[in-house]
Design a protein around this ligand. Structure first.
Ligand code: IMP
Ligand code: MG
Length: 221
């Protein structure tokens, strides 16, 4: 069973004013839920757990774009640091896949592969899928079934966040950073219509105003 930090439904998070957020998002955010430093500290530990379990084999780290790119890059930096500083090290290569399941703030039923490398290159490999957030679990279940057709040797999934939601399929990743309430979160590469990826902390939007503003912005540009 994966260990993780559970963020409760009554979590208040932190006042925005306590941290630095980009000026262009100040009006749209309500609270900081997971500060950047805490994301990094948890990621460092996930890297250690992954190397402990998968070390000794060559790992292909598969980044689920776009939301996974920050977590992917930071997680791999920590794995690299372990490789540089331990007697045992694990060769690491990278691969990317682009999937889309979200429209505005709603998860849709169809999960589409809209880019990335050929999955057939993963045949016989030890694959670590790196994802930002699991909500219904559909994206990950679709990707895992696509991947199984290519017969990888081993597949593990690490997701920074897992949402506690009645819409969930029951799917749980092998490694997870935090379990979060059924809120729409942005920042650290999690987006709302492509915005907020350039925000370091994981935050909650001040709902309606922010959504209207960035929805209009997106439609105009
Ligand atoms: P699932 O297929 O419902 O598990 O959805 C997973 C995908 O939806 C993730 O890879 C994200 O890209 C996106 N997603 C789910 N919840 C959020 C959120 O709170 N903020 C931003 N994106 C989200
Ligand atoms: Mg994603």
């Amino acid at each position: 069973m994966a260990t993780y930090h559970q963020i409760p439904d009554d979590e208040k998070g932190y006042e925005l004013d306590l941290f630095c957020v980009p000026k262009h998002y100040e009006e749209d955010l309500d609270r900081v839920i997971i500060p950047h430093g805490l994301i990094m500290d948890r990621t460092e530990r996930l890297a250690r757990d992954i190397v402990r379990d998968m070390g000794g084999h060559h790992i292909v780290a598969l980044c689920v774009l776009k939301g996974g790119y920050k977590f992917f890059s930071d997680l791999l930096d920590y794995i690299k640091a372990l490789n540089q500083n331990c007697d045992k090290s694990v060769p690491l290569t990278v691969d990317f896949i682009r999937l889309k399941s979200y429209c505005n703030d709603q998860s849709t039923n169809s999960v589409k592969v809209i880019g990335g490398d050929e999955l057939s290159t993963l045949t016989g490999k030890n694959v670590l899928i790196v994802e930002d957030i699991v909500e219904t679990g559909r994206t990950m279940e679709t990707l895992l079934s696509l991947l199984s057709e290519c017969n990888p040797k081993m597949v593990k999934v690490v997701s920074l966040l897992v949402k506690r939601t009645p819409r969930g399929s029951g799917y749980r990743p092998d490694y997870m950073g935090f379990e979060v309430p059924d809120w729409f979160l942005v920042g650290y590469a999690l987006d709302y219509n492509e915005y907020f990826r350039d925000l370091g902390h994981i935050c909650i939007l001040n709902e309606k105003e922010a959504m209207d503003r960035w929805m209009n912005h997106w439609m105009k540009h």
